[in-house]
Design a binder for this molecule. Structure first.
Ligand code: FAD
Length: 116
């Protein structure tokens, strides 16, 4: 018997995209090279053009204009994505995420080792 795997809905697309973006930021170098900086900028600037939810893409483009990304290194970039994600959370009336816990959520896992 085959199980149907459905195309992603908007929530699944969002969860997958944030997972990629926050994880890419968590593993970004402490001090990024010129190439890494320009490629990260290209990735961020591609989202308002290519993200397959047109009103999401449009709002994200405005957010990028209002808050130019800091792609110098991991800490600043992780914070930048956290803040942009929190703007979307606010728009959707979701709880804000505590950006101080970004590393724990996306890289280190909790101190009790439950994700090891
Ligand atoms: P998500 O918001 O997908 O979050 C996934 C996980 O990330 C959470 O479980 C939490 O552990 C963690 N997290 C939450 N907030 C943060 C944060 N600030 N920093 C770090 N980690 C965090 N949906 C719309 O309906 N309208 C839009 O305009 C819209 N714009 C979007 C723009 C972009 C660029 C992206 C990537 C997604 C957008 N989405 C939009 C989708 C939306 O953000 C959510 O992904 C979707 O609603 C599913 O939400 P969720 O509650 O399952 O968790």
């Amino acid at each position: 018997k085959t199980t149907t795997v459905c195309p992603p809905d908007g929530d699944q697309l969002g969860q997958a995209t944030w997972t990629f973006l926050h994880t890419a930021a968590a593993y970004y170098p402490t001090n990024a090279s010129p190439t890494q900086r320009s490629q990260m900028l290209a990735l961020i600037h591609a989202l308002p053009v290519l993200y397959p939810c047109s009103h999401c893409a449009e709002d994200f483009g405005e957010a990028v204009k209002q808050h130019p990304p800091d792609v110098s290194g991991r800490a600043a970039l992780s914070r930048w994505f956290c803040e942009r994600h929190n703007e979307v959370n606010e728009k959707l009336m979701k709880e804000p995420f505590d950006c101080a816990t970004t590393d724990e959520r996306w890289k280190a896992g909790p101190p009790d080792g439950s994700c090891d």
